[in-house]
Design a protein around this ligand. Structure first.
Ligand code: ADP
Ligand code: MG
Length: 669
């Protein structure tokens, strides 16, 4: 059994489970082992009815006192009975759809029932609890069962079983850090760490295991970045890019003045591209700071020097938007640029045509998704690649490019607010430009964090803003109704809004399961103000730019991460008009209110990220992951900043000692 073997080779994992696992991107044993739990279910000693608290999740031990009663209600079969604990206190119990319990649960039998407690005063009841015999529960006390991210058709139990089977088969994981390193940085060995993260013996063990795995994630990532940088230092600039007065002519004609930060950033880029070495620059700027125009200017300069430039976006919606706005600029200012769009959903014939245009250099600027670097695309004179809102700075993109024999200048644009001190650890000192200034025509977004009683007012407000000619977004967490989650969904919400608002207002929805063509049509209609309210999931989270939209209502706001809410909010406040963000909190919890208050009181991405970290606290291992740009399996650059520093030192040391990074390998005993 090897790290790269299919999960099918694990005993007990059949074709059906395999296909469910695939939906979670688990195909190999390695994927399975790296599908870390999101939390743990801790089995604690049973409590008495008297000791139990309403809304707690707890186990109660006792004796069944009456024959379960089965009745039919609204097509549901309901089983009820009562349990008496050692003090003689009663617990009422209800199960759904389990009529067979009548035959198995008999008066006089002892059980441990585990579930959420309801009730008022001293009365207690449990809905649909798990049932254990005393012995079975006893064996579980003190253990932690892993809870995994799931998809329908699979349970945490199935995944846990598969993982423990891998262990039973005696897998031996190759150690990726040397013994000296582990001793020096006080790290668990890998074999133990992966075992403990799935089946921890104690809270302390989870922490140590996590530390080790986070360290490794950072170590591997930083090693890659450092190696890339070292290589870059030896890579000469092979493109003859020279200053182009036409670029500044265009800047003069734009309907707005560039901010100083935008100018400075463009100068940084321009100097890099004219310099001795290949460029690899990160542009960081909060949402709405105007990164796109800076990228366009860099691409324009490239084209004026007779090279091709490409721009890659993470979604088709965003790629299409960039393409449309570039085309508008080309037409408005009569620019000598031939731009094309290349996305995965184009027809074969359309793609073939674009491939030809690229290969013959009949296209100067190519905008698209990952399709830009597919095998069939042959560039003629590619000198600059811009990646917008991409994960993982450069490393993967560079590999993709060098696999194709290309070595263009690289520009990465991101709205992820990384504190400068962390950014320097990650990328080194040199190649970051920060757009730390918003265009001067902007009014700060006005926020309010409210509960559901505010909805009617919110709808009135939407009406008013639309009467003024503006547009709005409404964000819902779900696409369709779901049994598992109590949250608004775009399909039903659109229907509801249509009923609530006058029919003169056009309302449509957008979500990730629609075809690209459908999404495209909707986005274009919204950009043209043919749709006034767009009800959407987080598909519109990054990059979308419709400056006429002035209101964003976010439903079930407490279910999103703060950084994500900040990104979503960035869809408004992109023009001169006053914009508004209405965060609807549907939870009664104090924590939710506290988190949303941070957003309510600040529009500053850096501040929000830092506050979020404080609130979550270092003990919250598996909180909502915030660092959108740097995606690690476990690590979080904010929360794990200390480990990041250590890993960075370890990498520097290893490089000084001449180590090279080993590929992950696993052997079987
Ligand atoms: P982001 O940094 O989030 O990618 P965009 O580049 O999409 O932001 O810019 C947001 C909006 O601001 C766009 O509509 C753009 O035309 C406009 N914009 C960019 N720079 C300026 C500026 N200096 N003054 C006014 N508006 C600007
Ligand atoms: Mg953008």
């Amino acid at each position: 059994m090897q790290w790269n073997d299919s999960v099918m080779t694990v005993k007990g994992v059949g074709p059906k489970t395999t296909s469910f696992l695939k939906k979670l991107n688990i195909e190999t044993i390695g994927d399975l082992l790296e599908h870390y739990p999101v939390s743990y279910d801790c089995y604690e000693a049973p409590v008495t009815v008297h000791e139990s608290n309403i809304l707690d999740f707890a186990a109660v031990q006792g004796m069944i006192v009456n024959v379960p009663f089965v009745r039919q209600m609204n097509r549901r079969q309901i089983v009820t009975t009562q349990l008496r604990d050692c003090n003689g206190d009663m617990l009422r119990v209800v199960w759904f759809h389990m009529p067979f319990l009548r035959a198995t649960i008999k008066p006089g039998m002892q059980f441990v029932l585990r579930g959420r407690l309801h009730g008022y005063g001293t009365s207690r009841m449990m809905e649909h609890p798990q049932i254990f015999t005393l012995g079975a529960y006893d064996a579980l006390i003190g253990t932690r069962q892993p809870i995994y991210e799931l998809t329908s058709g699979i349970t945490s139990k199935t995944i846990g079983k598969a993982v423990s089977q891998v262990w039973k088969d005696g897998i031996i994981l190759e150690e990726t850090l040397s013994k000296e390193q582990r001793e020096r940085w006080k790290l668990m060995d890998k074999q133990q760490a992966i075992h403990q993260i799935h089946f921890p013996e104690s809270d302390c063990a989870v922490q140590k295991a996590r530390e080790r795995l986070v360290f490794e994630e950072f170590y591997t990532f930083l090693f890659g970045v450092r190696q890339m940088r070292r290589q870059l230092e030896t890579e000469k600039n092979i493109y003859a890019i020279i200053e182009q007065p036409d670029v500044w002519e265009l800047v003069k004609k734009l309907p707005y003045k560039l901010t100083n930060a935008q100018k400075r950033t463009f100068l940084d880029i321009s100097l890099d591209m004219m310099g001795d070495h290949r460029m690899n620059r990160l542009v960081q700027g909060d949402v709405g700071s105007g990164k796109t125009i800076v990228a366009f200017l860099a691409l324009y300069q490239t084209v004026l020097c007779h090279y091709q430039g490409a721009m890659m976006a993470p979604t088709e919606v965003l790629a299409t938007q960039h393409y449309e706005s570039l085309q508008t600029m080309i037409q408005t200012y009569q620019l000598p640029i031939r731009a094309v769009l290349l996305t995965g959903s184009m027809t074969v014939a359309q793609k073939r045509l674009v491939y030809q245009q690229i290969e013959k250099h009949e296209a100067d600027i190519i905008i698209g998704t990952h399709a830009l670097f597919q095998e069939k695309v042959i560039y003629h004179d590619l000198a600059l690649v811009v990646t917008d809102e991409q994960h993982r700075f450069g490393v993967e993109q560079r590999k993709m490019l060098s696999d194709k024999g290309l070595a263009p200048h690289i520009l990465v644009m991101s709205a992820t607010p990384i504190p400068r001190t962390l950014a320097i650890i990650i990328y080194g000192d040199l190649d970051i430009s920060v757009i730390d200034e918003l265009p001067s025509n902007r009014l700060p977004i006005k926020n309010c964090a409210v509960d559901i009683s505010y909805r009617p007012k919110a709808y009135e407000f939407l009406k008013k803003q639309i009467a003024m000619g503006h547009q709005a977004y409404v964000i819902c967490p779900m696409i369709e109704e779901s049994e598992q989650m109590d949250a608004e969904n775009v399909v039903e919400y659109t229907k509801k809004l249509k009923k609530e608002l006058p029919s003169t207002i056009t309302i449509s929805y957008l979500h990730g399961k629609m075809t690209n063509q459908e999404k495209d049509t909707i986005m274009k209609a919204f950009a043209a103000n043919q749709i006034q309210i767009l009800v959407a999931t987080t598909v519109i989270e990054v990059g979308i730019d419709v400056p006429n939209a002035t209101v964003i209502v976010i439903e079930n706001a407490q279910q999103f991460g703060l950084a994500q809410l900040h990104q979503l909010r960035g869809r408004v406040g992109r023009g001169a008009a006053q914009s508004y963000c209405i965060l609807i909190n549907t939870s009664a919890s104090k924590e939710s209110k506290k988190r949303l208050d941070i957003l309510n009181h600040s529009n500053d991405g850096f501040y929000i990220a830092s506050q979020d970290l404080k609130l979550r606290g270092p003990g919250d291992f598996f909180g909502v992951r915030q660092s959108g740009m740097l995606e690690f399996k476990l690590a979080d650059i904010y929360q794990d900043a200390e480990i990041l520093k250590l890993a960075s030192e370890a990498v520097d040391e290893a490089i000084r000692e001449g180590h090279i990074l080993q590929e992950k390998q696993v052997m079987i005993q």
